[in-house]
Structures are given as structure tokens and as C-alpha cells.
Design a binder for this molecule. Structure first.
Ligand code: HEC
Ligand code: HEC
Ligand code: HEC
Ligand code: HEC
Ligand code: HEC
Ligand code: HEC
Ligand code: HEC
Ligand code: HEC
Ligand code: HEC
Length: 410
């Protein structure tokens, strides 16, 4: 280290150390490993970052170095809260708009109220201390805002945080709940998108279940949570022939066909008359399963055409032919393919056909253009071959003729 940087280090504000007169920190720093661990965690805690310290949460007299005085009831000391006491302990500030406004006016102050509407909160109130309270999700001394990748509530870390309990088969069995949500989620389209591809548009546990409340804001119940992102699918379903009957029977409008935690990439096999989803409720020779068959045929047709067109374009491009126009048509057909898949949720074959029509037309045109170009290319090759042969023969003839003349003269 250079002398200059050593001096700078001495002069720099000690961002990571508590104010020297904080006797709570000074004395706890001399205590055993568990206290050291708390101080180490707390050095990166959001509360420390905004200037709060031990006594802000635990009370007590932080100016006293006397064990009894510093942590006395007279000085307002509260020790470690029990789980039942924790919401109120955190709510001292987080439910107090005036207290929070000084720090961050845009931070909501409804966590405690909402928490008591959730299954966790309701069971805590009923005396169950195995549920999650504030510190189970946020920790007690390493609290970070959700957008910080090191936070226990950062999107990618959420499955692990919930999994502390929800992957504990023994604990969950006592509630007759499965303990497979985290594992299933990790293998789902959503889990793979978030955990493997880093796509934060994909939902994680709290996106669907809410952070604190029973369900996320703006969703009337968990049955409608998928529609937050897949709006058209829900719109079509709600306007379709099954909405009323399903509502009456309390079927989940999406999970009934797609599941909720282990959602996989859907294919038209879901519509097959043998083992498709419709067969869960409709008979093999019913009009509903026939409708499914008609939708499947149309989806397979456009998907097949889309793939065949791609192959045809690639084949043409390999021969060095310019396929820009065909490519544009093919690209445009993708939209139609997706719309056709989404239209399945009307459960009306004519709607799927309608959505697929422009795509089928575009891929048809593009494939014809690619095939024609390749054929044209082939024909030109043959013509060129014939012309070459003709010219070669002509040259040979000329050569022989010249030799004849030369030998006649010679
Ligand atoms: C944001 C509020 C908050 C702040 C600030 C805070 N604590 Fe805590 N502390 C808690 C909670 C909540 C618990 C209860 C334990 C739990 O829920 O995990 C706790 C528990 C403890 C315990 C009991 C041991 C344990 O881990 O259960 C000690 C010791 C402790 N805190 C010391 C400190 C010290 C020292 C500081 C300052 C460096 C501090 N705390 C700052 C909230 C806080
Ligand atoms: C002179 C040393 C000393 C001072 C000053 C001190 N503590 Fe402690 N504190 C301790 C020791 C030692 C323990 C552990 C007691 C035990 O294990 O029974 C402890 C325990 C705690 C606990 C855990 C109590 C529980 O219920 O388990 C908390 C929380 C705590 N201190 C917070 C504070 C706060 C806040 C301050 C400042 C206002 C403070 N301490 C000042 C030495 C001190
Ligand atoms: C003494 C008041 C006080 C207490 C008690 C308190 N907090 Fe805080 N908390 C704050 C302040 C102030 C902030 C910083 C707000 C800001 O600047 O964004 C904060 C920030 C947070 C954040 C980050 C918010 C964000 O920006 O996303 C979380 C999470 C949090 N607190 C959880 C807790 C939990 C859990 C407890 C109880 C263990 C607790 N707090 C106890 C005052 C408090
Ligand atoms: C089941 C887990 C869980 C519990 C229990 C929980 N939180 Fe949270 N909390 C979260 C998640 C997840 C987020 C935000 C994630 C995001 O914004 O992406 C959050 C966000 C916050 C924030 C930031 C502001 C906001 O509302 O988004 C504060 C403050 C906070 N929690 C405090 C608390 C307090 C206080 C309690 C106890 C009453 C509590 N939390 C209980 C999971 C939990
Ligand atoms: C400290 C342990 C713990 C943590 C951490 C935890 N939970 Fe829970 N949770 C429970 C327990 C125990 C129950 C059982 C209550 C019941 O159903 O009666 C429960 C119930 C639930 C339920 C209701 C299940 C039902 O239908 O009855 C949902 C949903 C839930 N938790 C979601 C979450 C999510 C999402 C997270 C993470 C953000 C999370 N939990 C974190 C312990 C925890
Ligand atoms: C895409 C939305 C979504 C995501 C992501 C999600 N869930 Fe669920 N979860 C649901 C739906 C829907 C239900 C069924 C609710 C019902 O039937 O009332 C459910 C049910 C549950 C239940 C009740 C028991 C069960 O398995 O049916 C628990 C516990 C639970 N989820 C926890 C989690 C945890 C933990 C995660 C993260 C690993 C998670 N969920 C991710 C939508 C989701
Ligand atoms: C927060 C937004 C969000 C919510 C809520 C949500 N999803 Fe998704 N979903 C996505 C995103 C983003 C993708 C694309 C992931 C990828 O890259 O493959 C996706 C993909 C899917 C796919 C696969 C599509 C395909 O072509 O492979 C299905 C099926 C699906 N979601 C169903 C559901 C169901 C059912 C629910 C409710 C239980 C739900 N989603 C809730 C955002 C969401
Ligand atoms: C009765 C069964 C059924 C129900 C109910 C259902 N789906 Fe589907 N869903 C399908 C079928 C079949 C496909 C497959 C189409 C294909 O890809 O060939 C599909 C495809 C999808 C896709 C991929 C295609 C696209 O639109 O991007 C998503 C996402 C999706 N469904 C979401 C939902 C959501 C959200 C709900 C609830 C509002 C829902 N589904 C309800 C059967 C259903
Ligand atoms: C969870 C059970 C369930 C599943 C799965 C299911 N349906 Fe239905 N379906 C119903 C019920 C219930 C009705 C209403 C029956 C009634 O009112 O007689 C219905 C009605 C219909 C109707 C309207 C019939 C009419 O005469 O008005 C169509 C069309 C239909 N379903 C198609 C499908 C297709 C296609 C699938 C698969 C993609 C499917 N259903 C999957 C339960 C289901």
C-alpha cells in the first residue's frame, strides 16, 4: 500500500463501522461467535445503511457501557422478539407512515396489515409459530431491499427462501400439504426462464402468491393470477363456453389444464382425442373432443407449414439465393402461429382457423417462392450445362477442323 492510499484510508469516513459511541456495538463485538455473526451480517443491513442501529429495533440505552443499564427495561430495551411478537416489532416503524416518510416516502407501510390477511398471518394469530413471519423471509440482521441480488427476497433467491419450510416434507406433512412446489417450479417454463435464462418477466413464488397479502395486489383470487401476464388467454377463456360452468364448480381456469407449479411448454398433444386434457372431462366421441381434434389439425397444419417453410428457405439460402422477401413473409407468420395457439382458449375451431389463416397464406407463399427459386436455380444449372457442352463440342469441332486444314496445308 502506498503512503498516500494509507492516509486516504485513515481520513475516509468509515462507512462500514457504527458510530464509535454506540456501546451496543462495542460491547457485542467482544462477545462470542453468535454476536460476531450478527455484527458481520448487520454491517450490510439496509437499516444500518440508513443510519439506524441495534437500539433502533431493540431499544435500550446505546450510550451506556453498563450491561444492566444499557439493556434495561427502563431504557425501553426489548430483547429478541418471539415469532408472535415479530410483526409488531417490525411494524413499530413499517406501519408508521410518519416514521417511514422521513426515510423513504414511497415505501408502502401496509406490510403488517396485509401479512395478517395471508395464510401465514392468520395461522400466526391462531397461535401457530411454524409459519413464516417477517424475519423468516427477510432475516433479522441481513435485511436488503428486494432489488439487491444478495437479498433473501431477490427474485432468484425466493424459491430458496420459501423452500426453507415448503421443501421440508416433515413440516408440510403436518399440514397435509405437499412439499414439492420449489422442485416443480424449478423445472417449469417459468422456473427455467427465471433461474436459467435470468428472465425477470417470469413469475416466481411471490409474484403469484403475493409478498405479504393473501394474493398479489390487483388480483381478486389466485385463480386469476395467470391473467396478470397472459391476458388474452384469460380473456378468451372468460368469453368462452366453459367459463360459467367452471366457475360454478370452482375449477382453476388455467391450472386445470396447465398445472400451477410444474407448467411445461404446451403442444397440440394437449388436444389429442386419446390422452389430451379435454378427455379429463369429455367423452372420446363427444362434440367437444371433436372440436379439440379440429383445433389440433389446424395447429399442426400451421406449425408444420411454418417449419417446412423454414427448411425450404434455408435450402435456398445454402445455394446462395436471396430469400429476403420469403423470410419476411415467414417471420410475419410467427405472429399468426402464436395467435392460433392463444385462440385455442376460445375452444372454438373456427376461431383457431381464423387466426391461422394469414399465417398459412404467408408460409404458403414463402415456401412457394423458396421452392421456385431452387427449381429455377436447378433449371438454369441444366441449361448452363447444355450450353457448356454445346460450346465444348463446338470448340472441339473447330479444333479438329483447324487441324485438318493444317495437315492438308502441311
Ligand atoms: C431491524 C431490526 C433489528 C436491528 C436493527 C437489530 N436487530 Fe437484533 N434482532 C432482531 C430480531 C427480529 C431478532 C429476533 C431473532 C430472529 O427473529 O431471528 C433479533 C435478535 C437479536 C439477538 C438474539 C440472538 C438471535 O440471533 O436471536 C441479539 C443478540 C441481537 N439481536 C443483537 C443485535 C445487535 C447487537 C444489533 C446491532 C448490531 C441488532 N441486534 C440490531 C432485529 C434487529
Ligand atoms: C456491556 C456489554 C453489553 C452492552 C453495552 C450491550 N449488550 Fe446486549 N448483550 C450483551 C450480552 C453479554 C448478551 C448475552 C446475554 C445472554 O446470553 O444471556 C446480550 C444480549 C443482547 C440481546 C439478546 C437478548 C435476548 O433476548 O436474547 C440483544 C437483542 C441485545 N443484547 C441488544 C443490545 C442493545 C440494543 C444494546 C445497546 C442498547 C446492548 N445490547 C448493549 C452484552 C451487552
Ligand atoms: C426503527 C425503525 C425500523 C424498524 C423497527 C424496522 N425497520 Fe425496516 N426499515 C426502516 C427504514 C427507515 C428503512 C429504510 C427505508 C428506505 O430508505 O428505503 C427500512 C428498510 C427495510 C427494508 C427494505 C425496504 C426496501 O427498500 O425495499 C426491509 C425489507 C425492512 N426494512 C424490513 C424490516 C423488518 C423485517 C423489520 C423487523 C425485523 C424491520 N424492517 C424493522 C425502519 C425500520
Ligand atoms: C412469506 C415471506 C414474507 C414475509 C412473511 C414478509 N415479507 Fe416483506 N417482503 C417479502 C417479499 C417477497 C417482498 C418484496 C419482493 C419484491 O418487491 O419483489 C417483501 C417486501 C418488503 C418490504 C419492502 C416494501 C414492500 O412492501 O414491498 C418491506 C418493508 C417488508 N417486506 C417488510 C416486511 C414486514 C415488516 C413483515 C412482517 C409483518 C414482512 N415483510 C413479512 C416477503 C415477505
Ligand atoms: C418459516 C416457514 C415458512 C416460510 C419461510 C414460508 N412459509 Fe408458507 N407456510 C408455512 C406453513 C407452516 C404453512 C401452513 C399453513 C397452513 O396451510 O395451514 C404455510 C402456508 C403457505 C401457503 C398456503 C398453503 C395452503 O393452501 O394452505 C402458501 C401459499 C405459502 N405458504 C406460500 C409461501 C411463500 C410463497 C413463501 C415464500 C415467499 C413462504 N410460504 C414461506 C411456512 C412457511
Ligand atoms: C405461476 C403462479 C405460481 C407460482 C410461480 C407459484 N405458485 Fe404456488 N400456487 C399457485 C396456484 C394457482 C396454486 C393453487 C391454489 C389453489 O388451488 O387454490 C398454488 C398453490 C400453492 C400451495 C398450496 C399447496 C399446493 O402445492 O397446491 C403452496 C404451499 C404454494 N403454492 C407455494 C409456492 C411456492 C413455495 C412457490 C415457489 C417455489 C410457488 N408456490 C410458486 C400458483 C403459483
Ligand atoms: C409475472 C408474469 C407471469 C405470470 C403471473 C404467469 N406467467 Fe406464464 N409465462 C410468463 C413468461 C414471461 C413466460 C415465458 C417464459 C419463457 O421464456 O419460455 C411464460 C410462459 C408460460 C407458458 C409456456 C408458453 C410456451 O409457449 O411455452 C405457459 C403454459 C404459462 N406461462 C402458463 C401460465 C399459467 C397457467 C400461469 C398461472 C398459474 C402463469 N403462466 C402465470 C409470465 C407469467
Ligand atoms: C381446457 C384446457 C385449457 C385451459 C383451461 C387453458 N389452456 Fe392454455 N392451452 C391449452 C392448449 C391445448 C394449449 C396448446 C396449444 C398449442 O401450443 O398447440 C394451450 C396453450 C397455452 C399457452 C401457450 C400458447 C400461448 O398462448 O402463448 C399459454 C401461455 C397458455 N395456454 C396459458 C393459459 C392460461 C393463462 C390459461 C388460463 C386463463 C389457460 N392457458 C387455460 C389448453 C388450455
Ligand atoms: C375440468 C373439466 C373440463 C375440461 C378439462 C374440459 N372441459 Fe369443456 N366443459 C366442461 C364443462 C363442465 C362444460 C359445461 C358443460 C355443460 O354445460 O353441459 C364444458 C363445456 C364445453 C364446451 C361447450 C359445449 C356446449 O355444448 O356448449 C366446449 C366446446 C368444450 N367444453 C370444449 C372443451 C375442450 C376443447 C377441452 C380441451 C381443450 C375441454 N372442453 C376441456 C368441463 C371441462
Amino acid at each position: 500500500m502506498t503512503i498516500l492510499s494509507a492516509v486516504l484510508l485513515l481520513l475516509a469516513p468509515r462507512a462500514n463501522a457504527a458510530p464509535a459511541k454506540d456501546q451496543c456495538v462495542i460491547c457485542h463485538a467482544t462477545q462470542g461467535d453468535s454476536h460476531q455473526a450478527i455484527l458481520k451480517s448487520f454491517s450490510n443491513d439496509i437499516h444500518r445503511e440508513v443510519g439506524l442501529s441495534c437500539s433502533s429495533c431493540h431499544g435500550g440505552d446505546s450510550s451506556s457501557d453498563d450491561f444492566g443499564k444499557a439493556m434495561s427495561a427502563e431504557a425501553g430495551f426489548v430483547g429478541a422478539p418471539s415469532k408472535a411478537e415479530t410483526p409488531k416489532f417490525c411494524g413499530k416503524c413499517h406501519s408508521d407512515p410518519a416514521a417511514m416518510k422521513k426515510y423513504n416516502p414511497s415505501l408502502p407501510v401496509d406490510q403488517v396489515v396485509k401479512y395478517y390477511t395471508s395464510v401465514h398471518g392468520r395461522r400466526l394469530q391462531a397461535g401457530d409459530s411454524k409459519v413464516a413471519v417477517c424475519t423468516n423471509c427477510h432475516t433479522a440482521h441481513a435485511i436488503r431491499p428486494a432489488k439487491d441480488p444478495s437479498s433473501s427476497v431477490y427474485s432468484k433467491n425466493i424459491p430458496r427462501t420459501c423452500g426453507q419450510c415448503h421443501s421440508d416434507a416433515k413440516l408440510m406433512a403436518s399440514y397435509k400439504l405437499p412439499a414439492d412446489q420449489v422442485a416443480k417450479y424449478a423445472g417449469s417454463v417459468h422456473g427455467k426462464a427465471l433461474l436459467e435464462k435470468g428472465d425477470t418477466a417470469a413469475p416466481v413464488c411471490n409474484t403469484c402468491h403475493g409478498n405479504h397479502g393473501a394474493v398479489p395486489p390487483g388480483v381478486e383470487n389466485i385463480g386469476h393470477v395467470c391473467g396478470m401476464c397472459h391476458a388474452h388467454n384469460e380473456e378468451f377463456f372468460q368469453a368462452g363456453p366453459m367459463a360459467k360452468a367452471w366457475q360454478k364448480r370452482k375449477f382453476h381456469i388455467c391450472a386445470t389444464c396447465h398445472n400451477h407449479h410444474d407448467i411445461t411448454h404446451p403442444t397440440s398433444d394437449l388436444l389429442s382425442s386419446g390422452s389430451g386434457v379435454c378427455r379429463k372431462c369429455h367423452l372420446a366421441d363427444s362434440p367437444q373432443v371433436k372440436a379439440a381434434g379440429a383445433m389440433k389439425a389446424r395447429l399442426d397444419e400451421i406449425e408444420g407449414s411454418y417449419k417446412a417453410t423454414q427448411a425450404a428457405i434455408l435450402a435456398a439460402e445454402e445455394k446462395g439465393l436471396d430469400m429476403a422477401e420469403a423470410r419476411d413473409l415467414w417471420d410475419g407468420a410467427r405472429m399468426s402461429l402464436f395467435q392460433a395457439k392463444t385462440s385455442v382458449h376460445t375452444f372454438r375451431p373456427e376461431k383457431v382457423a381464423e387466426a391461422a389463416a394469414p399465417g398459412l397464406e404467408a408460409t404458403g407463399k414463402a415456401r412457394k417462392a423458396a421452392d421456385d427459386a431452387v427449381k429455377d436455380f436447378g433449371r438454369r444449372r441444366v441449361e448452363l450445362g447444355i450450353a457448356t457442352l454445346f460450346l465444348t463440342l463446338l470448340a472441339l469441332g473447330l479444333y479438329l477442323k483447324v487441324r485438318d486444314i493444317e495437315s492438308e496445308q502441311g
